[in-house]
Ligand binder design. Structure first.
Ligand SMILES: Cc1cc2nc3c(=O)[nH]c(=O)nc-3n(C[C@H](O)[C@H](O)[C@H](O)COP(=O)(O)OP(=O)(O)OC[C@H]3O[C@@H](n4cnc5c(N)ncnc54)[C@H](O)[C@@H]3O)c2cc1C
Length: 406
C-alpha cells in the first residue's frame, strides 16, 4: 500500500536503537530528504545490551558498542546533532533544543526511549547507588564494582539479574531484593523463573523475595553502607543497583498535546494523533495486530522493527507493523530467548527434561502465545518461524511423545 509522498525532511528525537535504525533504514529505502538525528547523549548511537554483559565485564570498550562509526553518518548525510529537545511546536512543525536552536521537520519521529525508575525512599541519592540505562551509567557502575565487596540489587528483573551475575562472577557478595515472590515476574513463566532462582542461588547469590526497601543508609561521606528492608532487617552494602523498571519518556509528546496511554499512543502504522509525528521503540504504545491490545515493549527487536517500519512508510510504502516480538538475556552461561508475547496463558507445555536446557510453550486455549527457550537456541529459531508463519502446534500436539519444535 502506498504511504504518500515522502516528507521533505525527517527529524528523529533520540539516537538510540530505534532512532538510529529509522535514519539508517530511510537511506536504505532510497530516501533523499534531510535526516536529522538528535541525541541527548554525548556519544555516537550505540547498543545497550552489552552494558550489562560484555561492556560491564570489561570485555568491550565504548567503540565496540557503536552501531556505526562516525564516518557512516557523514557518508549517509545523516546530520547527528548533540542536544536535548525541550519542545515540539506541532503547528510550526519544528522542535526546540535546550540551547535555543530550532529544527523544522516534514516528519518527526519520537524515539525517546525510557528512563530508569528510582526508589522513593530516604537515602536514594547516596553515592554508590546506581541505575543503569546509558554507557555513562555502565562506566560508573563498573568503576564502583571494582571497589565493592557487598552488592545489593533492588529488583529481580533482567537488568538486575544480569548485573547480579556479573557482580558474582567478579567475586563480590550479592543479594537481590524483590517485592514479588519470584524473579522476572513480568517477563517469564513461573517455570522459567524457577530456573533463574536456582541458577543464581547455585552461584552463591542471595535472593530475597516478598521484601521491599525501607531506606538506604549512608556513612559520614554520604556513601551507601546498608539497605534497610521493610521487615527491619539490614543488608550491608557498598554498591546498590536499583533495577525496578523504566518509565517511557513521553513528556515531550504529552506537552505537545499527543495522547499518552502507558506510552506515546500510536496506531498500527506507528503514527501518533498528529499525522506528521510518529513514535517508536520503548516510548511507544502500539496496537498488537493479532489481539488489538495496546502494547509497549522494551527490547532491541521492537525498536529496530519499529524504526524499519516507520522508515519504509516515510519512504513511500506503508503497512501495519506486525513483527513477532523476541527477546534474549544472558546470565552466567545461560541464555534465555523468548519468541512471541504472553498476554496471559492458561496452559503450558515443557519440552526437554534437562533442568538447565528446556523450552516452555505458553498457550491461551489452542493459541500458542510465546515460547521461552533456555539454552535451546534451535527451539527459539523454530518457535519464531512457527509463530510468524501461523503454523504453531496446539497444546495436544506439543504434548505428544516425541514432539519437537524443529
Ligand atoms: C543495560 C540494558 C541491557 C539491555 N539488554 C537487552 C537485551 O539483552 N535484549 C534486548 O532485546 N533488549 C535489551 N535492552 C533493551 C533495549 O536496549 C531497549 O529496548 C532499546 O535500547 C530501546 O531503544 P529505543 O530507541 O526505544 O530507546 P533508547 O535506546 O533508550 O534511546 C532513546 C534515546 O533518546 C534520547 N532522548 C530522550 N529524550 C530526548 C530528548 N528530549 N532529546 C534528545 N534525545 C532524547 C535518550 O537520551 C536516548 O539516547 C537492554 C537495555 C538496557 C538499558
Amino acid at each position: 500500500m502506498a504511504g504518500g509522498a515522502p516528507p521533505e525532511s525527517v527529524v528523529v528525537v533520540g539516537a538510540g536503537q530505534g532512532g538510529y535504525q529509522t535514519a539508517a533504514s530511510l537511506r536504505e529505502h532510497g530516501y533523499r530528504g534531510g535526516i536529522t538525528l538528535i541525541s541527548a547523549e554525548d556519544a555516537l548511537p550505540y547498543e545497550r545490551p552489552p552494558l550489562t554483559k560484555a561492556y560491564l565485564k570489561g570485555e568491550a570498550d565504548e567503540a565496540m558498542l557503536w552501531l556505526r562509526p562516525a564516518t557512516y553518518y557523514v557518508r549517509q548525510s545523516i546530520d547527528l546533532v548533540s542536544g536535548t529537545v525541550t519542545e515540539i511546536d506541532p503547528a510550526a512543525r519544528s522542535v526546540r533544543l535546550s540551547d535555543g536552536s530550532t529544527y523544522d521537520y516534514g516528519h518527526l519521529v519520537l524515539a525517546t526511549g525510557a528512563t530508569p525508575r528510582t526508589l522513593d525512599v530516604p537515602g536514594a541519592e547516596l553515592r554508590g547507588v546506581h541505575t543503569l540505562r546509558t554507557a555513562r551509567d555502565a562506566a560508573a557502575l563498573q568503576s564502583s564494582l571494582a571497589g565493592a565487596r557487598r552488592v545489593v540489587v533492588v529488583g529481580a528483573g533482567f537488568i538486575g539479574l544480569e548485573f547480579a551475575a556479573v557482580a558474582r562472577e567478579a567475586g563480590v557478595r550479592v543479594t537481590v531484593v524483590e517485592t514479588l515472590d519470584r524473579p522476572l515476574a513480568r517477563a517469564v513463566s513461573a517455570y522459567t523463573a524457577a530456573h533463574f532462582t536456582r541458577l543464581h542461588r547455585r552461584h552463591g547469590t542471595e535472593l530475597l523475595f516478598g521484601q521491599s526497601v525501607k531506606s538506604l543508609q549512608g556513612d559520614s561521606r554520604s556513601h551507601v553502607r546498608a539497605v534497610e528492608l521493610a521487615d527491619g532487617s539490614r543488608l550491608p552494602a557498598d554498591l546498590v543497583l536499583i533495577g525496578v523498571g523504566v518509565t517511557p519518556r513521553t513528556e515531550l509528546a504529552a506537552a505537545a498535546g499527543l495522547p499518552v496511554h502507558g506510552g506515546i499512543a500510536v496506531d498500527s502504522r506507528l503514527r501518533t494523533a498528529d499525522p506528521h509525528i510518529s513514535a517508536i521503540g520503548d516510548c511507544a504504545a502500539f496496537p498488537q495486530v493479532r489481539s488489538g491490545s495496546r502494547l509497549r515493549l522494551e527490547c532491541v527487536q521492537n525498536a529496530v522493527g519499529h524504526g524499519r517500519s516507520v522508515a519504509e512508510r516515510l519512504a513511500g510504502t506503508s503497512r501495519a507493523y506486525d513483527e513477532l516480538p523476541w527477546f534474549w538475556s544472558d546470565q552466567f552461561s545461560t541464555t534465555v530467548q523468548i519468541a512471541g508475547f504472553d498476554e496471559g496463558h492458561d496452559s503450558e507445555v515443557v519440552l526437554g527434561t534437562d533442568p538447565d536446557a528446556f523450552s516452555v510453550l505458553l498457550f491461551r486455549g489452542d493459541d500458542l502465545q510465546a515460547v521461552e527457550s533456555v539454552n535451546r537456541p534451535g527451539d527459539h529459531a523454530a518457535a519464531r518461524r512457527l509463530l510468524t508463519q501461523g503454523t504453531a502446534p496446539t497444546p495436544e500436539e506439543a504434548s505428544a511423545p516425541g514432539f519437537g519444535l524443529k
